[in-house]
Design a protein. Structure first.
Length: 122
């Protein structure tokens, strides 16, 4: 069984349900002892900015801001698509705990490092 898990997220306030479920799954993977990476692209890069998830809440779940904070505090890694952030004017904004800007090479490196990687996309 793989000890690495990757969740790719593409949504933020444009689809709170998908945005939230991605972080719920990432937190579950992290809590189960998996080395977990969130890869944020498209609109999802907005939640990597401090305060970017403040108004996003899907009924029945913790707020997105709480889920992101829990993930970062517990050691989860967040790779933010730098071209996606740049096209939205976010590349110089302060990021949440655990987040770094990076490109596709960082994702490929995580997915192809030693051992298998389980991956889901939202």
């Amino acid at each position: 069984m793989s000890n690495r898990f990757c969740v790719t997220a593409t949504h933020a306030g444009d689809d709170p349900d998908r945005a939230t479920v991605a972080w719920v799954i990432a937190n579950a993977a992290l809590a189960s002892g998996r080395e977990t990476l969130m890869f944020l692209s498209n609109e999802a890069v907005r939640v990597a900015v401090q305060g970017g998830a403040a108004d996003i809440h899907q009924a029945g779940f913790s707020t997105l801001a709480e889920l992101i904070e829990t993930f970062g505090t517990n050691g989860g890694r967040i790779l933010v698509c730098s071209p996606c952030a740049r096209t939205r004017g976010l590349e110089t904004m302060p990021l949440v705990t655990g987040a770094v800007l990076g490109g596709g090479a960082g994702l490929v490196e995580f997915l192809t490092a030693e051992g298998a990687v389980a991956s889901v996309s939202y």
